[in-house]
Design a binder for this molecule. Structure first.
Ligand SMILES: N[C@@H](CCC(=O)N[C@@H](CS)C(=O)NCC(=O)O)C(=O)O
Length: 223
């Protein structure tokens, strides 16, 4: 049984949505955010204290985009994967890696320096600069979805799941109003997928059952 350690609407939403898309059995362990403060024993499972942590037998992974690639390749029966011999393979990998390194990363600075740091350590200029940086990087997504429904291979793949989390986070940060219209439509199409909706419901239900605040992690504000 795959075990996914998760915080509500954190990057671990990527593998959660993948598990729902692929219809795989899994156990969802919801942790309060951030686990390194509110769930100290989790540091024994993942010394980084970050989510996601995915356990699949002896396999343990801590990078969300890599998990999307792994689940598609190992458990997807070709469904959400792009094979190495496919002409779209390079593009597929590029989107997977871009999803976190280029699209989510700048937003974490926005979140941190607007909301998570104590008042005296907040940096509005840093937040503004990295919000602009993220929106500029969205040009790549915009160009890709101007003429196609999905990012690569002419179909929905794990790369769409990985990139979508950057759009989801941007929505929590209130940046979605600045999405170019093709990106806004792409984001709407993704949210309409039944597996996306099931993943939202699964995290809410599991949080309540496990006594964790179901507020999305990016919306939490330290006291
Ligand atoms: N590159 C990693 C980043 C993991 C990460 O930083 N996760 C955040 C949640 S989105 C986290 O757990 N933060 C808590 C902390 O840094 O203590 C990935 O894509 O999975």
């Amino acid at each position: 049984m795959i075990v996914l350690h998760h915080c509500v609407s954190a990057r671990s939403f990527r593998p959660l949505w993948m598990l729902e898309e692929l219809g795989l059995p899994y156990r969802l362990r919801v942790l309060p955010f951030p686990p390194r403060v509110h769930a100290r024993p989790f540091l024994d499972d993942n010394p980084l204290g970050t989510v996601p942590l995915l356990e699949d037998g002896a396999t343990r992974m801590t990078e969300s985009a890599a998990m999307c690639q792994y689940l598609a390749a190992r458990h997807g029966a070709g469904q959400l994967d792009v094979a190495a011999h496919d002409p779209a393979y390079g593009s597929y990998l590029n989107w997977l890696y871009m999803s976190d390194a280029t699209l989510t990363f700048p937003q974490t600075l926005v979140l941190r320096y607007t909301h998570f740091e104590p008042q005296e350590r907040r940096q509005p200029q840093v937040a503004q600069d990295y919000a602009r940086w993220f929106l500029a990087r969205l040009r790549a997504v915009d160009a890709a979805v101007q003429h196609g429904e999905f990012l690569c291979a002419g179909r929905f793949t794990a790369a769409d799941v990985a990139v979508a989390y950057a759009l989801q986070l941007a929505q929590h940060l209130g940046l979605d109003g600045q999405f170019p219209s093709a990106v806004a439509h792409y984001w709407q199409r993704l949210q309409a997928r039944p597996a996306f909706q099931r993943a939202l419901q699964a995290q809410h239900r599991a949080a309540l059952e496990q006594g964790v605040d179901p507020t999305p992690s990016p919306d939490l504000r330290p006291a």
